[in-house]
Design a protein around this ligand. Sequence first.
Ligand code: NAP
Length: 273
Amino acid sequence: MDIVNNEYDIESKNTTGPKSRIRDVQGRLKGRRALVTGASKGIGRDIALALAKDGADVAINYRSSEVAADEVARWLEGLGVNTWVYPADVSDMNSVKEMKRCLEKYFGGIDILVNNAGINVDKLFVKMDQKMWDQVISVNLTGVFNCTNAFIDRILESEHGRVINITSIVGQMGNIGQVNYAASKAGIIGMTKALAREMARKNVTVNAIAPGFIETDMVRGIPDKVKEKVLAQIPLGRFGQPSEVAKAVAYLASDDAAYITGHVLNINGGMYL
Ligand code: NAP
């Protein structure tokens, strides 16, 4: 995704320019603090921007793309919200706990956790080894456990606690070469539904978003021939944009969605089984 063409482009750090889109800030998340994992690029970056656009202070987690993460932070600052950037591997509980310790010291507790960080290591099952399985499960599924487990105490203290997990259409329908990825994403759906039941009496909502094929590095890596085949299966005839997922996250984080929990929201251009 090219941020310059992105809907949330604020053109520069100039927040008063006539073309600046920050005039669109709705403020429905004002006073809330969010942590978005994997927010240095792709869908996570747009989620961070969408939450900030709605007035939330947003902490940005990433693993290795420091320059990109810092750039996201500058855009958020341009929107007039507080931000904080921290590199942590979500698959490593010690690193997640250290992120939490620093976050609470420099940023504060959080109301909203968006578990977005994810990877794919694709191979046909007959060629898939245990390392490929472990890698994907540990980031995509254990990563969601680690972050939710570490931060749930603070989310429970919030009057507007939200956990929003990014799963995938692949977790619902499967995909050739993605047995590990599909298992991790299907696992997230089960976690979401179980945790939603546990958290309901504490007024914390837990939902998932299942994007179809969204234009990010993850989809850009698909060979052209395969892309053509996928496109042919999308009724709306195009790949989705990260901002289209991000807006749904901002909605689920808001009070407008206070009665929605345990839900999996499909954002897939009509691409069902
Ligand atoms: P992306 O562009 O590759 O971005 C992935 C993000 O996750 C990056 O910020 C990356 O940080 C971070 N990340 C990766 N491993 C991490 C780790 N161990 N700890 C912390 N952060 C880590 O991917 P995307 O397409 O935006 O995907 C975002 C989420 O949406 C993923 O969960 C993916 O499975 C899901 N999804 C994507 C699509 C799609 O079509 N794109 C469809 C359905 C679901 P660094 O760059 O710093 O490593």
